[in-house]
Design a binder for this molecule. Structure first.
Ligand SMILES: Nc1ncnc2c1ncn2[C@@H]1O[C@H](COP(=O)(O)OP(=O)(O)OP(=O)(O)O)[C@@H](O)[C@H]1O
Ligand SMILES: [Mg+2]
Length: 142
């Protein structure tokens, strides 16, 4: 497990520029952290750094935001699973298939769909320390 201490939003931007390549791969990335810890903020900065110009905002209501980079011809997904009530709903949304499609998928509230996540999922945990300070843990197992 690797731990990074982030002092503020500008430090988060620096972190994203230094680590974007490791997130621009076909994989499930599960972002854990309490409400307001910074999951959406980090994922949107990653999408921008990866070359997505027009962000759709937080997928709080849509659950799934889909993006396409015309230059690299790559697809990206940003999911917010907070509103998913049970496994049946996750299956209806086609998430099991999506997770196994070898796309780059960033997931908020992954606990809600944990049963469908591939075992190679990368786990990112954000801790809200104080004011603007966060710690980000990156682990290759839950
Ligand atoms: N170092 C930091 N990293 C991330 N966010 C920060 C940081 N400092 C301050 N913030 C602020 O904290 C808030 C985090 O909100 P955000 O919507 O990203 O959280 P979230 O984890 O997605 O919440 P939710 O669980 O409701 O989806 C934003 O207003 C952001 O500007
Ligand atoms: Mg969010």
């Amino acid at each position: 497990m690797k731990r990074y201490k982030i002092k503020n939003l500008s430090a988060l931007e620096t972190f994203v520029m230094e680590h974007k390549n490791q997130f621009d791969v076909p994989h499930c990335f599960a972002f854990k952290g309490e409400m307001g810890s910074g999951k959406t903020t980090l994922i949107q900065l990653l999408l921008k750094a990866i070359g997505i110009d027009e962000l759709q905002g937080s997928p709080t209501y849509s659950i799934v935001n889909q993006y396409y980079n015309e230059i690299s011809n790559k697809e990206y997904f940003h999911l917010d699973c907070y509103r998913i009530k049970n496994n049946f709903e996750a299956l209806e949304l086609g998430l099991e298939e999506l997770f196994n499609e070898k796309k780059t998928i960033f997931i908020e509230w992954p606990e809600k769909v944990i049963q469908f996540l591939p075992k190679e999922t990368v786990w990112i945990t954000i801790h809200h320390e104080s004011d603007d300070t966060r710690t980000i843990d990156i682990a290759y197992e839950y």
